[in-house]
Ligand binder design. Structure first.
Ligand SMILES: *[C@@H]1O[C@H](CO)[C@@H](O)[C@H](O)[C@H]1NC(C)=O
Ligand SMILES: *[C@@H]1O[C@H](CO)[C@@H](O)[C@H](O)[C@H]1NC(C)=O
Ligand SMILES: *[C@@H]1O[C@H](CO)[C@@H](O)[C@H](O)[C@H]1NC(C)=O
Ligand SMILES: *[C@@H]1O[C@H](CO)[C@@H](O)[C@H](O)[C@H]1NC(C)=O
Ligand SMILES: [Cu+2]
Length: 357
């Protein structure tokens, strides 16, 4: 009798990342996150789609400023695209500190409480300058030219800019004037967050996250639609504007294109991703149908937001953020929201410590 010894198929062990709320981190954990963020900004990771922080900003800006349409916002793909950016950021941090993750900021609970010297820093309320903490004097890179194919190339340190005291023309800045009641509504309450979680279609879910109640029915198809207190208003609220000379300058965190320059972007969008994961797990409808959770959207979405429509600039992001071989993310085939959904939900590489619903 011949015994065939077949080695057991071993699944690669993928450590599932636990994403915690920023205020629940230990001092050491916050130190690792913020130090990893600095290293990600200042160094180049070899063979990674996003070798440094500003390449994430550059990619996001290229999508947003595309002359044809914005594939990153105002449509269904807003949700998977930002989920992927948050995951790419997380993997960038993990190159420097393996335990770092895309921690989040639950702004429906005392949102100002993260602007402390121990966490995201206090700021001067008239100038927006961050006074202390890990991100005081935090220069950011800004890629001036996004409408070309070099956007992912390593951006040399000479392109970094300081905040606006020394602001050169046509550069963007990080600063913070939170709680600007005259421009922005405060972040959503837990009830508003829960109301979006109660939506039964992906279309209604993303519209609820993106638009305010008055604009939601048309889901932004009319001009002048206003943004929700779950996303857009939050950007404005934590970043805001400052008066510089005679002009009102919008800080990066509130800028539709360059917001990933502000570290708070990642905290905020990880919280938004927490909503998507909670909604997906609750309903089983990651995008549209239960039969094929990543299979399609249940209603038409704005141009550029088809579920199998590649993002431009074309990029193979999904392969960069998962070990999975994917139907249309693999081997140089450009990524689509469909591939992102598969990458993130077929085998979720991360979970959150708590969910809102
Ligand atoms: C990473 O986290 C694990 C599990 O919590 C812990 O055992 C390990 O010591 C941590 N490693 C570092 C470098 O902090
Ligand atoms: C804030 O900035 C203003 C204007 O530069 C300055 O006069 C004030 O002292 C600053 N406040 C703090 C707390 O740094
Ligand atoms: C803008 O987007 C369109 C359609 O997605 C694409 O064909 C075009 O190449 C993009 N332009 C740039 C400069 O990336
Ligand atoms: C969400 O749905 C639950 C269960 O039906 C309900 O108890 C709750 O009041 C709803 N919340 C909101 C804000 O609509
Ligand atoms: Cu964005």
């Amino acid at each position: 009798m011949i015994l065939l010894l077949v080695p057991a198929l071993v699944q690669p062990t993928i450590a599932i990342v636990l994403r915690k709320e920023i205020r629940s981190l230990s001092t050491d954990e916050f130190y690792e996150w913020s130090t990893a963020l600095h290293k990600f900004r200042d160094n180049k990771i070899p063979d990674f789609t996003f070798p440094n922080l500003q390449t994430i900003t550059a990619f996001h800006a290229a999508l947003t400023l595309n002359e044809t349409y914005d594939q990153a916002h105002k449509g269904a793909n807003f949700i998977p695209l930002h989920a992927l950016l948050i995951r790419a950021f997380e993997m960038g941090l993990q190159y420097w500190y393996p335990n770092a993750s895309s921690i989040y900021w639950d702004w429906s609970d005392d949102p100002s409480a993260i602007f402390t010297p121990e966490l995201m820093g206090e700021y001067n309320e008239s100038t927006g300058v961050i006074l202390n903490g890990a991100f005081a004097n935090f220069p950011v890179g800004y890629v001036a030219e996004v409408a070309n194919e070099d956007f992912l190339e390593w951006v040399p340190e000479s392109q970094t800019v300081l905040r606006y005291e020394s602001l050169p023309l046509n550069t963007e800045i990080v600063g913070r004037i939170a709680n600007q009641a005259m421009y922005y509504d405060p972040p959503a309450t837990t009830e508003m967050v829960e109301a979006c979680g109660n939506m039964t279609s992906f279309r209604d879910f993303w519209c609820c996250v993106y638009y305010d109640e008055d604009s939601r029915d048309s889901c932004g198809s009319t001009s002048g639609a206003s943004e929700s207190r779950l996303h857009g208003q939050v950007h404005g609220w934590f970043a805001g504007y400052a008066t510089v000379g005679d002009s009102l300058v919008r800080f990066d965190g509130a800028d539709l294109a360059t917001s990933p320059n502000d570290p708070v972007f990642y905290l905020h969008h990880s919280n938004v991703e927490r909503f998507w994961q909670a909604w997906a797990f609750k309903t089983g409808r990651f995008m549209a149908t239960i039969a094929d959770p990543c299979g399609g959207y249940d209603e038409e979405t704005p141009e550029g937001h088809g579920i199998r429509e590649p993002f431009y600039p074309k990029i193979d992001m999904v392969d960069a953020v998962t070990d999975e071989i994917l139907p249309d993310g693999a081997d140089g085939v450009p990524d689509t929201p469909y591939a992102i959904c598969k990458a993130i939900y077929a085998n979720p590489p991360y979970v959150y410590d708590t969910y809102p619903y």
